[in-house]
Ligand binder design. Structure first.
Ligand code: FAD
Length: 470
């Protein structure tokens, strides 16, 4: 396994990565991305065990509901890059189990890759979302054939790919890019049915970064985002050669969707477990600020917080149902339950705005206007800010001010905006979760129950595709 220091050194590999118009020559020393590198390095040190066969427990394949459940607190304590690496490894493991019968050679390559990645303790990111051009047109009918990543040429040693994968979390800080088709592909779209793994420093890979990291010198007013920001990567494949051993699907359109479905499952489980944790944090902040404002006993405030508690509890219940009703593959891998994962992720994301609305409603305008921590240290303003931020003897002004900063940073500033959009879009938009939920829900069973309950005989026509497994 790598130490944090070894991880940092490994990034010095000639990768072409850019930020706000400039190529980054030294990621570790970069004023914004360097902080994210430090977070990942700390994660390496936290998990590090000596010995050549040592492995990060988060990266191992779960074999039961209990093992799936054990991963959840590990994920909450991990940096985002470690989390997406786990999801990438599980996506590949799931896809290998699903394509293994029809495409044994690709399944073998995938399993060998996963084994090596675990052993070498590398970090991998999920490259699925293409640029996609005109959303109403399939890949082969786009004005620009590169709107979806595809194979542009091949030799007996491998393939050359071209395209772009957008919004790739932590791409610049990883070692490898897991490239998979963004959706189902059809006859005539063989060149788009490509799955492979590409080193971040491969010639032709260029990554343009964005970041919601706070840019102030004094980040004490950003208690969340100063600790956990990660760049998003706009990843360009400008004719990148991929050797055969790293290719995991090549033209088999009928299997292209397997990769997207596998990623969707693990990405949405990650989203669901993250939102279960976030929901508790939002309830906690609402109760704390209500108490600090002297309003915790007022009926409309209690009702809002009760509604938040019900939401947090149901999201937690959906997570538990997704883990407890896990499905086992033939090779003994435990997969979260598709129905509960997708319905839970949808419900959590669709109602996130309600949680934030209640929190903002309960807290008041100081969410946006509370003075900075440094204003408490100014000899002219410090005592006065403390005095007027206090609401009574038991409520210190600095304590209340810090609560407002926490709420702003988490829900009403750059990081808050990132979370709001991420909850809806990551793992595919809400629409994607509705499709998968409907596919796994027993709709014919529901119709049968309705007819029986209503005392209507004669049976009913089956709804095609309802209750079908992916
Ligand atoms: C912060 C963040 C991090 C992310 N991290 C990753 C990552 O690490 N890796 C990765 O691969 N992706 C990542 N994503 C991408 C995410 O999965 C996509 O944003 C999401 O799938 C939507 O795709 P899009 O952004 O291209 O929007 P669009 O596809 O343009 O979707 C916008 C809306 O249009 C609808 N729509 C689109 N096409 C059609 C159609 N043909 N018919 C009907 N409706 C349609 C969608 O349902 C949605 O409601 C991330 C996104 C965010 C915001």
């Amino acid at each position: 396994m790598l130490t944090g220091e070894q991880y940092k050194k490994s990034l010095n590999d000639g990768r072409a990565t850019f930020f706000e118009g400039h190529r980054i020559n030294d990621l570790i020393a970069h004023p914004v991305l360097g902080q994210s590198v430090d977070q990942v390095a700390k994660g390496y040190d936290r998990w590090h065990r000596p010995g050549k066969d040592a492995r990060n427990p988060l990266m191992s394949v779960p074999r039961s509901a209990d093992e799936l459940r054990e991963r959840i607190p590990m994920q909450h304590g991990a940096d985002i890059l470690a989390l997406v690496t786990y999801q990438s490894l599980m996506t590949l493991t799931t896809a290998a189990a699903r394509i293994g019968g029809a495409l044994p050679e690709f399944a073998r390559r995938i399993r060998a890759y996963v084994e090596n990645a675990q052993l070498n303790d590398i970090r991998i990111v999920e490259c699925i979302t293409d640029a996609k051009g005109d959303r109403s047109l399939p890949p082969a009918q786009q004005d620009d054939p590169d709107a979806y990543t595809h194979v542009v040429s091949r030799t007996d040693k491998g393939v050359v790919i071209r395209g772009a994968k957008l919004h790739i979390t932590a791409a610049s800080l990883a070692h490898e890019l897991m490239v998979i088709p963004t959706k189902a592909m059809h006859k005539g779209e063989e060149s788009y049915a490509i799955a492979c793994v590409v080193p971040v420093n491969a010639p032709g890979v260029k990554i343009v970064n964005t970041s919601y990291a706070p840019r102030l010198e004094d980040v004490r007013s950003f208690p969340f985002s100063s600790r956990i920001h990660m760049p998003e990567g706009f990843v360009i494949f400008d004719d990148v050669f991929v050797p055969n051993e790293r290719v995991m699907l090549d033209g088999q359109t009928e299997h292209a969707a397997v990769f997207a479905h596998s990623l969707g499952l693990w990405e949405r489980l990650g989203g669901l477990s993250d939102m279960a944790e976030q929901a508790d944090q939002l309830v906690g902040l609402a109760q704390l600020i209500a108490e600090a404002n002297g309003l915790a006993g007022v009926s409309h405030v209690r009702e809002k917080i009760s509604e938040m508690i019900i939401h947090a509890t149901l999201v937690r219940a959906a997570l538990e149902a997704a883990l407890g009703n896990c499905e086992m593959s033939a090779d003994g891998t435990a997969f979260p339950n598709e129905l509960f994962t997708n319905a839970g992720k949808y419900h959590a994301a669709a109602n996130y705005n309600m949680m934030v609305r209640h929190l903002h409603d309960v807290a008041g305008g100081s969410i946006l206007t509370a003075p900075a921590i440094s204003d408490l240290e100014n000899e002219s303003t410090g005592q006065l800010v403390r005095k007027y931020m206090s609401t009574g003897k038991g409520v210190d002004g600095e304590y209340r001010l810090r609560l407002f900063h926490a709420i702003r940073d988490l829900t009403a500033d750059a990081y808050g905006g990132w979370r709001q959009v991420t909850n809806v879009q990551a793992g595919g938009g809400l629409y994607a979760q509705r499709i998968v939920t409907r596919r796994h829900y027993d709709l014919n069973g529901a119709k049968r129950k309705a007819l029986e309950a209503a005392g209507i005989g004669g049976g009913h026509p089956e709804t095609p595709g309802a209750g079908r497994k992916a």
